[in-house]
Design a protein around this ligand. Structure first.
Ligand SMILES: Cc1cc2nc3c(=O)[nH]c(=O)nc-3n(C[C@H](O)[C@H](O)[C@H](O)COP(=O)(O)O)c2cc1C
Length: 390
């Protein structure tokens, strides 16, 4: 890694990403929906939570390793599935290599730009992420492809409600990179020579297809083609959830759960893990920060399934706070994307190192020797902080 490319925090990585990426690509990663209230609250809620430091007698070393969905991970962070079109030529493969080098698992989006087979080769601890799109046969084919590729877990993301309008406007994303699209995007791309060079050097153009939405041997559909199919698919029932669990026959996470009643139904449907998530605030705006809803969900399911927290994590102390409030681990979406944009694979490793070091120093600061001994007593929670939904 080039020393001066190293960054000390996720916020610095985000500023670099903003300077390096064409405006449309950067804005696609900022994402959010409607007035952005949920997206902002995910981050703001962590700042409301405090910590109580201790000054002597702390344990000399700290245990960070754990397991999730049967996979040993060297610290309690998992990369959330995100489509990373146009951020970096290596895309999801760079994220997978970084995750593997730091000993953590990563989700791979159905809308990823790189085929699942290449990504699993880079990181065997890959969980494939499914949307409920198309017929049961289409979905079964995608599940079989993920299994054949060697994925070790399945994540079903079911909280998407197609609420994508934003008060600050959405970036232009072309259907395909034809001459018209290239001309329209050229001024932005030319203004970001380092990003442009990263593609020119590899002789590739940003990939706008979604290869993992195809079954084995089928051609990759376009992003918009796959999105259209998904929009026209009727929402899944709880029977469909149980069917996905039974079809996969392995560790299965339901992502997007924030209500207690949904969490209980998910347990009944046979899932092995729940991700308390609101899609990073990109979806139904006005839902509370996930960390506010986490303790009620964790209490409701007890130790019947594993519970992870997804949304708003930007630093190691956020991970410790989420674990103190009942999460077994956290998932991070934007943080690794900022790292990828800032410095490719090394940037993603940098983000993971920042999180790991932050978890360790927070444990030291509060006098805990392990991520496994955290409890609500370790955080200072302001009155009225929690939300119990359903
Ligand atoms: C640009 C972008 C693309 C995303 N794509 C997907 C996706 O394809 N599948 C999915 O399950 N979640 C997707 N998400 C949601 C993330 O998996 C995750 O829930 C969210 O980013 C967590 O919030 P955080 O970014 O504050 O960490 C996406 C999020 C972003 C920002």
């Amino acid at each position: 890694m080039v020393a001066d490319r190293w960054f000390e925090s996720v916020a610095v990585a985000q500023r670099r990403a903003r300077r390096r990426l064409p405006r449309s690509v950067y804005r696609a990663l900022v994402a959010g929906s409607e007035r952005g209230a949920t997206m902002d609250d995910n981050v703001a809620a962590f700042a409301e939570l405090g910590l109580a430091p201790t000054v002597a007698g702390q344990p000399p070393s700290r245990e960070l390793a754990t397991t999730l969905m049967g996979q040993p991970i060297s610290f309690p962070v998992v990369v959330s599935p995100t489509g990373v079109q146009a951020v970096h030529p290596d895309g999801e493969v760079a994220i997978a290599r970084a995750a593997a080098s730091r000993g953590v698992a990563a989700g791979l989006s159905s809308f990823a730009s790189r085929p699942v087979e290449e990504v699993v080769a880079a990181n065997p601890k890959t969980f494939f992420q499914l949307y409920w799109s198309g017929s049961r046969d289409d979905i079964a084919r995608r599940i079989e492809r993920a299994r054949a590729a060697g994925c070790v877990g399945m994540i079903a993301t079911l909280d998407w409600s197609f609420a994508t309008a934003r008060d600050w406007g959405s970036p232009y994303i072309p259907e395909r990179l034809d001459v018209r699209a290239a001309l329209r995007l050229a001024p932005e791309a030319i203004a970001r020579p380092a990003w442009l060079w990263s593609y020119l050097r590899t002789g590739t153009l940003p990939e706008l297809t979604v290869p993992n939405m195809a079954g084995p041997g089928q051609p990759a559909p376009s992003f918009f083609g796959a999105y259209g199919e998904w929009m026209q698919t009727p929402p899944p029932t709880w029977d469909d959830v149980a069917w996905m669990v039974a079809t996969w026959r392995g560790p299965f996470m339901l992502k997007g759960v924030i209500r207690v009643d949904d969490a209980k139904r998910a347990v009944d449907a046979g899932v092995s893990a729940i991700s308390v998530s609101n899609h990073g605030g990109n979806n139904l705006d006005g839902t509370p920060a996930t960390v506010r809803a986490l303790p009620a969900v964790a209490r409701a399911v007890g130790d019947r399934v594993e519970v992870v927290l997804d949304g708003g994590v930007r630093r190691g102390s956020d991970v410790v706070k989420a674990m103190a409030l009942g999460a077994r681990a956290v998932m991070v979406g934007r943080a690794p994307l900022w790292g990828l944009a800032a410095n490719g694979r090394a940037g993603v490793e940098n983000v993971l190192d920042v999180l790991r070091a932050g978890i360790d120093s927070t444990l030291r600061g509060i006098g805990r020797s392990s991520v496994h001994e955290l409890s609500e007593d370790d955080v200072v929670v302001p009155a009225g902080f929690f939300r119990q939904l359903g």
